[in-house]
Design a protein around this ligand. Structure first.
Ligand SMILES: *[C@@H]1O[C@H](CO)[C@@H](O)[C@H](O)[C@H]1NC(C)=O
Ligand SMILES: *[C@@H]1O[C@H](CO)[C@@H](O)[C@H](O)[C@H]1NC(C)=O
Length: 327
């Protein structure tokens, strides 16, 4: 009952207003279509953020594949490159998840069994269940902030009720071919105002959720032929060699770097990481961008990327940015 009243208030109170960047300001609000960089930084002062995300189970079959992707990649401040793991409960070994967290990776919630809930109650319960398991192995729930929906089937209002009810901060499941080129990539945005960009898969958000963030999923593009968009690397066609995998990511990275320098989000699914060529091409891409673009490239977790969006600092002083220190 309480929740319904709060939601009703949010709907009436805010959703009919157009989002204005002059009133919707960081750290806790950002319009979905605001093309200016956080802090109005000029492009040369924006660190190119790269976020590597994973989803599904963590167990002895796959954890070393994932660790290999980060092996010997560090950031300009000499901290190791780190990623975000969205956890599926069934099939995971929580001791291994705890060790990923201790190594400095971010832990988020994916699902109970790989199937997306269909209503708000289902989302609330699924997120709660995975969080309880994470807590049972000593993971601080204040650090568990994000949700990724199975199949990138963004759950709209029902999912965001699950996010908000569990005290979490963001979703990262909204993929869109419409915002997947150098001129259209989006910065992360909040759900203070509607409408936001619509997602290619899943549902719409019909209520506002002030202060809750979307970290959008831009599509990649096939490396040959008609360069059709593909949201998961595994869904992109004709990727077989290490070089193919490298090119797939490097092309998209270049579009971000030469475009608005919005954060570049990578999705690594278990099948991709299990393939040696694709895994090696991914690792080589990370090593190469750090080597060639030097202090301009930062490989951080989604939560760390959001901290920068909320409190941006120029790339010239990013080495002392507190949220990007080693933990
Ligand atoms: C909500 O979804 C769950 C599974 O996600 C299902 O078991 C339940 O019946 C649904 N409830 C309603 C009211 O549709
Ligand atoms: C994939 O490779 C095949 C065989 O080389 C080729 O005929 C096809 O056009 C390629 N598709 C794309 C999307 O590049």
């Amino acid at each position: 009952m309480m929740l319904r009243l709060v939601l009703l208030w949010a709907l009436i109170g805010l959703s009919l207003q157009i989002c204005e960047p002059s009133t919707c300001k960081i750290p806790n609000c950002r319009c979905f279509n605001d093309a200016t960089a956080p802090g109005d930084l000029p492009k040369s002062e924006i660190p190119q953020i790269v976020m590597v995300s994973f989803e599904g189970t963590i167990n002895y079959d796959n954890i070393n594949n994932y660790r290999q992707i980060f092996a010997s990649v560090s950031n300009p401040n000499n901290c190791p490159a780190r990623g975000t793991f969205f956890i599926q409960d069934v099939g995971s070994d929580y001791k291994l998840i705890s060790s990923l967290r201790i190594e400095g990776h971010e832990i988020g919630v994916f699902s109970v069994n790989g199937i997306a809930p269909t209503n708000s109650t289902g989302w609330i319960d699924a997120i709660k269940q995975v969080r309880a398991e994470l807590e049972s192995v000593g993971i601080n729930l204040n650090d568990v902030k994000g949700v990724r929906a199975p199949e990138l089937a963004y759950g709209g209002t029902g999912e965001l009720i699950g996010v908000a009810t569990n005290g979490m901060l963001y979703d990262s499941s909204c993929s869109s071919a419409a915002f997947s080129d150098s001129n259209t990539y989006l910065w992360p945005y909040t759900f203070d105002y509607l409408p936001t960009g619509s997602c290619d898969n899943g549902k719409q958000t019909t209520y506002t959720f002030p202060g809750k963030w979307e970290v959008p999923v831009a599509d990649l593009h096939d490396i040959s032929g008609d360069k059709l968009p593909c949201s998961f690397p595994s869904a992109c066609r004709n990727i077989t060699s290490k070089r193919d995998a490298f090119d797939l990511f490097f092309n998209a990275f270049s579009d971000h770097y030469n475009g608005r320098r919005t954060p570049f989000l990578m999705i690594i699914d278990p099948a991709w990481a299990a393939d040696k060529n694709k895994r090696d091409g991914t690792a080589e891409f990370l090593q190469y961008t750090r080597a060639v673009f030097g202090d301009n490239v930062w490989i951080v977790t989604i939560a760390q990327a959001l901290q920068w969006v909320q409190e941006p600092v120029p790339v010239s002083v990013a080495k002392t940015f507190v949220p990007w220190q080693c933990n």
